[in-house]
Ligand binder design. Structure first.
Ligand code: GTP
Ligand code: MG
Length: 197
């Protein structure tokens, strides 16, 4: 018989449903690709001229993951520095954050580290943080080494992938890895980061 995460039987063996409130953060005047990652994940599309986000955008996507239905409630925030305080409103209450930088722009990696520090200080202590090194299709213009970002992610307990919204590389993977990730890495942690409903 199907059981929920506490081991109790679920009626009719219905699949478990989880809600994952997720926020995308990351700054640049040119755009690191937050909206493009969301567009790729939700609609399977990519736009060469993605308009810059003003305010914030909200999208949902539902996927089946093993025997669980995961509903992502995604807040896509603006990346221009002058909107930092708007973006910061959206991580409160989030189960997970994807902090995005552009592998061709060193400044965006520095800004990503600032976001991680802010999340570690001010977001929920159980928030799952993923770091996305986006625009991996532009590796010929790379300014941030994979190994440097991986070492930083390891030191800070972050999920890390290089992604490309353009080619779709690792885009589904990073969203799915978040839903699979335990709330914290303690030995006793068995529940995933998202809320079971
Ligand atoms: P703001 O909303 O202004 O914060 O930007 P953003 O982080 O949402 O970036 P956006 O998705 O608008 O992308 C900015 C530009 O980068 C657009 O012209 C995209 O087409 C381009 N872009 C996004 N992702 C990729 C990628 O993986 N590869 C390449 N080559 N270009 C990308
Ligand atoms: Mg945007």
């Amino acid at each position: 018989m199907a059981t929920n995460r506490s081991g109790a039987a679920r009626p009719n063996g219905a699949p478990q449903t989880k809600v994952c409130k997720l926020v995308l953060l990351g700054e640049s005047e040119r755009g690191v690709g937050k909206s493009s990652l969301v567009l790729r994940f939700v609609k399977g599309q990519f736009k060469e001229y993605q308009e810059c986000t003003i305010g914030a955008a909200f999208l949902t996507q539902t996927v089946c993951l093993d025997d669980t239905t995961v509903k992502y409630e995604i807040s896509d925030t603006p990346g221009k520095e002058r909107y930092h305080s708007i973006a910061s409103m959206y991580y409160r209450g989030a189960h997970a954050a994807i902090v995005v930088y552009d592998i061709t722009d060193e400044d965006t990696f520095e800004r990503a580290r600032n976001w991680v520090r802010e999340l570690q200080r001010q977001a929920s202590p159980s928030i799952v943080i993923a770091l996305a090194g986006n625009k991996s299709d532009l590796a010929a213009r790379r300014m941030v080494e994979f190994e440097e970002a991986q070492a930083y992610a390891d030191e800070n307990g972050l999920l890390f992938m290089e992604t490309s919204a353009k080619t779709a590389m690792n885009v589904n993977d990073i969203f799915l890895a978040i839903a699979r990730r335990p709330k914290n890495e303690g030995a006793a942690a068995k529940s995933s980061c998202c809320k079971v409903i």
